[in-house]
Design a binder for this molecule. Structure first.
Ligand SMILES: [Fe+2]
Ligand SMILES: [Fe+2]
Length: 145
């Protein structure tokens, strides 16, 4: 049985930030979120757990880049990630105890949250990294010629 769900994100030009690694990670996030939304009852929790794992890596990647540029740990981009991840992990914990209906609510919240975050925090980060000469592919700074 396939569940119907409104929790879907579509890739759109406004989400494209023109940093290949960021865009690839964000596309994966969207694909995994949609796969979780359309999963049947037997596979939705493991799919959600994959999404949580991917999000841990996704956020850690951006945070590594921020730290490389010396951005302070209390900057709001770190705080936003921490807040989202805390709720995702709590939903995972409770879903493992049987409250699997929380997953759908979490997906709806992520669908609401992600485009705004990508277009503000992540877009700002991509611009900042370019200004600093930080290459996200190699995670190194361009050496001035
Ligand atoms: Fe991101
Ligand atoms: Fe982010």
């Amino acid at each position: 049985m396939t569940q119907t769900s409104l929790s879907r994100l579509n890739w759109s030009p406004e989400l494209q930030l023109n940093d290949p690694r960021t865009d690839a990670t964000h596309e994966e996030f969207i694909v995994m979120l949609n796969a979780t939304a359309s999963a049947d009852a037997a596979t939705q929790l493991p799919k959600f757990q994959e999404l949580v794992e991917h999000t841990v890596e996704h956020f850690a990647q951006e945070e590594r880049w921020m730290r490389a540029c010396g951005i302070a740990e209390d900057f709001c981009h770190f705080t936003q990630h921490a807040g989202v991840l805390e709720v995702m992990k709590e939903v995972e914990r409770r879903a493992l105890l049987g409250e699997t209906d929380l997953i759908e609510k979490m997906l709806e919240a992520l669908v609401e949250w992600f485009p705004g975050h990508a277009q503000s925090m992540d877009a700002g980060l991509v611009t900042y990294l370019k200004e600093k000469g930080f290459d996200t592919a190699t995670e190194t700074f361009a050496v001035a010629a």
